[in-house]
Write a protein that binds this ligand. Structure first.
Ligand code: GLA
Length: 730
């Protein structure tokens, strides 16, 4: 990695392992984007890339004649209202009411390492393993400064980018829009890939050609949401899993965001990603600063799998901080789908006893252990043990620990029930417009996490319990989205800050708990995967992937999640059949094939198991111990493309030294045998020259496995059939 700066020509370039990202200050002072893609030689004359001839209806800044309109030049941080009619990346409103914003170059500096973003999750690296270029731009219309930071990392193709706004002026301004990420291209020959879905249907990858106009998705929910994810890929039309140019962008943020991809009238593309300007407005008083969330960008010339691998590696090394990130997670059993709210200490202990006998390593007590919560109508906020239900809780946990099991507990810290002691005491802590209609979801309201006293209360209550009882894991849930976003604690002029301050409050609570309990394993959750993002992964190394625990449904969910996020971060369990969400029954093997690809655990009533089920579970536990190092640390490849138009999917993990491989192939829905196309599992990422041996003794060269593959027609001939192949090289 390197950063190249030419002070005379005001040219800047970032070099990663395999890419170059270049910028140059243009004739009218704006910072222009020169190019981003495979490595180039920056000593070449690239000036033509930042010149544009006259274009009709495209105004140019004074002194530019009729050329170099900001409306056609590729920008790094497009201003507002001064000649660029495309979507903009920053808009600052001055005291005189004008929002015209034109950031022009002022200075730059380069330094080792990268600073943390105050109150926000962001990538981190040792000073020697990362360098940062900071370019300061000044708004011609207000004097406010934008400090654009780009960091590059050793052995990575990821670039981290964020913007800091500094108000060095003597008047208060309002930030109406600030995108973390902007990337302009002079063509639009891309497909857009992005994760979309819904509750229990998260992160299904959508691929579509870009078209003229704006393609936009995002969230106004106050959290990232189940519907989309704050990331996308722009892929060359011919790009596939293992070949072609692809560009990825991912926001390290857990609140409302927007992703906008605009194909303009000259067939150029502008991509933006950042906090959603809808319902956002930040007052910046003289001397104050505002930090945008960080965006990560990545380029690969070798297709989507290579992009995902870069993203996985970066998230593991530079985003997830937890001491658990490289550790094998305890196999857990969660009582939710086993009991829902209907349990007592005896039932929980019985599950724990059975779990211990099967080799399961942790019991997680889900919703319903606190206040008077026997259904979802009450008690959120009252994080005190329901002793009627659970008796002496500390003693119960001790007994569970004595079985050799760890103990974990469910919380939904950000929520409050109207029927709760907390609400009786602090109705003003609810996020709502006082005296006006408010919206309920799952019968619950939301705490105003922008208030310091709310975060303090939650920290003290949760930390109090953690100090008293040996809790080694927390499932941190969030089961509704924000509505009536208004804080009684903030003045009228700052109501546009509440949604972002809420997210900062959530981050602060996480931070304080982790400072106090550094070894605590937190699993994020939001009605399943409604807040699965790199921001949360900074605090929680794993996130419950989806409330849809049906293994068949999990295929596109987990594969879609893998576009950006590592397998070790995906919460995945074996659940009961018929499945509670879909009514479908599939084999234990099939359920394990999916769950073993994530954190692994159980979500069913194991006390009801037959002897045969006990045997199967013990085998699965052994499989977890055998394969999990590879799943956590190996390189992941999606292999489904090899199956053409069959109803099958496949994926594999390959160890760093390419000695060990685990492949999974699944058939979702079978067709009558005589109608089935032949199915060949074609591997990727192997060493072509090595000989790999399967557990049945067959051996093949890596080249054969990758180019011809193994026939799995018979193994995948039934509905929800699967095959797991473990190979070792000599
Ligand atoms: C959410 C979670 C579930 C479970 C319930 C409890 O839906 O995703 O796993 O914890 O809440 O209410």
């Amino acid at each position: 990695m390197a950063i190249i700066c030419n002070e005379a020509t005001k040219f800047f370039a970032l070099e990663t392992m395999n890419s170059t990202y270049a910028m140059q200050v243009g004739n009218s002072g704006e910072l222009l984007h020169v190019c981003y893609g495979g490595k180039i030689d920056c000593t070449d004359d690239l000036s033509a890339l930042t010149q544009r001839p006259d274009r009709a209806f495209s105004p140019s800044p004074a002194g530019q004649g009729r050329s170099n309109s900001l409306n056609v030049l590729p920008a790094e941080l497009a201003g507002f209202g001064s000649g660029d009619f495309r979507m903009t990346a920053c808009r600052v409103k001055k005291a005189n009411g004008s929002s015209v914003t034109a950031p022009v170059y002022k200075s730059f500096r380069v330094y080792d390492g990268k600073p943390a973003l105050p109150g926000l999750p962001a990538s981190f690296a040792a000073e020697t393993a990362c360098r940062t270029l900071e370019i300061t731009l000044e708004d011609l219309f207000s004097g406010v400064e934008f400090l654009l930071s780009f960091s590059v990392f050793d052995n990575s193709d990821v670039i981290a980018r964020s913007v800091k706004v500094v108000n060095n002026t003597s008047e208060t301004v309002e930030i109406e829009n600030l995108m973390s990420f902007q990337l302009d291209f002079d063509h639009a020959d891309f497909d857009l890939l992005y994760p979309q879905g819904n509750w229990a249907y998260e992160r299904h990858i959508e691929r579509m050609p870009l078209h003229p106009g704006i393609q936009s998705f995002g969230s106004v929910r106050g959290s990232t949401g189940h519907q989309y994810n704050p990331g996308f890929v722009l892929a060359a039309k011919t790009a596939s899993e293992n070949s072609g140019e692809v560009y990825g962008a991912l926001l390290v943020y857990s609140g409302s965001y927007t992703a906008d991809i605009q194909v303009d009238a000259f067939s150029g593309t502008r991509a933006l990603l950042g906090i959603n300007p809808e319902n956002f407005c930040w007052q910046l008083t003289p001397g104050a600063e505002f930090h945008s969330p960080e965006a990560l960008l990545c380029y690969s010339a070798e297709g989507l799998n290579a992009l995902s691998a870069q993203s996985h590696k970066f998230i593991m090394e530079h985003i997830i901080r937890s001491p658990w990130k490289h550790a094998k997670r305890p196999i857990l059993v969660n009582n939710w789908e086993a009991t829902y709210f209907d349990f007592d200490d005896n039932k929980i202990y019985a599950i724990a006893e059975k779990a211990a006998s099967l080799g399961i390593e942790m019991l997680v007590l889900d919703d319903g252990w606190f206040g008077e919560r026997n259904d979802d109508n009450s008690s959120l906020g009252d994080w005190f043990v329901n002793t009627d239900k659970l008796g002496d809780f500390a003693a119960l946990v001790k007994r569970i620990n004595a079985l050799g099991l760890k103990f974990g507990l469910w919380f939904e810290p950000e929520m409050i029930s109207e029927k709760s002691k907390l609400y009786e005491k602090h109705p003003e802590w609810v996020l709502c417009v006082p005296g006006k209609r408010r919206s309920y979801a799952r019968n619950q309201l939301i705490l105003d996490m922008s208030r310091k006293e709310v975060v303090d209360y939650l920290f003290e209550t949760i930390a109090g319990l953690l100090k008293e009882i040996h809790i080694e894991y927390i499932k941190w849930d969030m089961n509704r989205n924000l509505t009536e976003i208004f804080s009684a604690a903030l003045p009228a002029g700052q109501q546009g800050e509440v949604a972002h301050r809420y997210v900062m409050g959530v981050y602060e609570l996480h931070e304080r708990l982790l400072q106090a309990f550094p070894d605590l394993l937190i699993e994020g959750c939001s009605g399943g995967g409604g807040r699965f993002d790199a921001g949360m992964l900074y605090y929680a190394p794993q996130i419950w992937c989806s409330d849809d625990s049906d293994a068949l449904e999990r295929i596109p969910i987990q594969l879609g999640t893998s576009l950006f996020y590592p397998c070790s971060s995906m919460g995945a369990h074996v659940s009961v059949c018929p499945n509670h969400q879909t009514g479908r029954s599939v084999s234990y093997d099939f359920r394990a094939a999916l769950a073993l690809g994530g954190t692994f655990g159980y979500e069913l009533d194991i006390t009801k198991f037959t002897a045969e089920e006990d045997r199967i579970i013990r085998e699965q536990v052994a499989a977890y111990h055998k394969y999990n190092d590879l799943v956590r640390e190996g390189r992941f490849f999606r292999l489904s493309e090899g199956f053409g138009r069959t109803n099958c999917a496949a994926w594999c993990w390959v160890s760093d030294d390419r000695q060990e491989v685990l492949a999974v192939a699944v058939c979702k829905q079978a067709r009558p045998c005589s109608q089935e196309p032949f199915k060949r599992l074609r591997f990727a990422g192997l060493d072509a020259g090595k000989v790999y041996t399967l557990e049945d003794g067959r051996s093949f060269h890596g080249s054969t496995l990758m180019n011809t593959g193994i026939d799995v027609t018979v193994a995948l001939s039934k509905d929800a059939s699967c095959v797991m192949l473990y190979l070792k090289a000599k």
